[in-house]
Design a protein around this ligand. Structure first.
Ligand SMILES: Nc1nc2c(ncn2[C@@H]2O[C@H](COP(=O)(O)OP(=O)(O)OP(=O)(O)O)[C@@H](O)[C@H]2O)c(=O)[nH]1
Ligand SMILES: [Mg+2]
Length: 241
């Protein structure tokens, strides 16, 4: 018996697999992921050709992702940045960024817990990002799903706040694994919430020893300078400009 679909044929046979009612089994998960990854690759290449570094900015809801972008423009001119803003509903973050003169396109996923390459592709068709140096894609606030889906980014950045708790790298390791930079935000609140920095950094090191870690607080705008420099250096390193 075939051990994949249970039909009478030998399991090594090159036959089409069937379910109990006789219809063909299609590995939907695989094909959808492949199509997404292919489009993501094309988006990444398109942006690279234009000299635009794309960043998948991820983190829990309220971790400080939009604040991070707002503060970056103190060190990277707003006209060099375009943002795709992913939220379930509302254009609250888009309006915040437009106050900082950042060209922003809002995507509302409604019930979707992450962006995908198709959404980013559609946004880019509306945005015309030529002339920008950085495309920051603020993903939907979530520590799980965004890490699993390619959206055409060249690098991942995770914003992780002290107020979420010391245990987050241990409990949600996947999102921290391949990220180039971890922005430890709300550093001003670390005492108030009993954040154990040494333990947090130790856990992070076990998951991703390569990531750059920057500690930031919206109360101290200078604390974002290192992160801005890292982003600028990454663009130069990857694009050799
Ligand atoms: N005290 C303090 N508050 C901060 C800091 N960074 C962000 N906040 C506050 O935290 C709240 C959430 O910040 P946002 O930047 O909107 O977070 P976000 O990750 O973009 O949130 P979503 O888009 O809803 O997922 C806001 O009220 C910010 O003012 C910080 O460094 N210190
Ligand atoms: Mg936001």
């Amino acid at each position: 018996m075939c051990d994949k679909c249970g039909c009478e044929q030998e399991h090594e046979g090159n036959h089409e697999h069937h379910d109990v009612v006789g219809s063909k089994i299609i590995d939907v998960n695989k094909s959808v992921t492949e199509a997404n990854d292919e489009l993501a690759q094309q988006i990444g290449n398109f942006l690279k050709d234009k000299g635009i570094l794309s960043i998948n900015l991820m983190g829990a809801p309220g971790s400080g992702k939009t604040t991070f972008i707002e503060q970056l423009v103190e060190f990277i001119p707003a006209e060099e940045i375009a943002v795709i803003q992913g939220d379930l509903e509302s254009d609250i973050d888009k309006k915040r960024l437009e106050k900082k003169n950042i060209h922003t396109f809002q995507i509302n996923t409604h019930s979707g817990c992450h962006l995908n390459a198709m959404m980013v592709n559609k946004a880019l068709m509306h945005m015309q990002p030529s002339g920008k140096k950085y495309l920051i894609i603020e993903n939907v606030g979530n520590l799980v799903c965004p890490a699993a889906v390619q959206i055409g980014q060249h690098i991942d950045i995770v914003v992780s706040s002290t107020t979420e708790g010391t245990d987050k790298p241990k409990k949600y390791p996947v999102i921290f694994m391949n990220t180039k930079m971890i922005v430890l935000s709300k550093y001003d609140l670390k005492e108030a919430v009993g954040f154990e920095e040494t333990k947090y950094l130790e856990d992070l090191k076990n998951i991703n020893a390569e990531a750059k870690i920057v500690k930031v607080s919206s109360k101290d705008p200078e604390s974002f300078k290192d992160a801005a420099e890292f982003i600028r250096d990454e663009r130069e390193r990857l694009f050799k400009v």
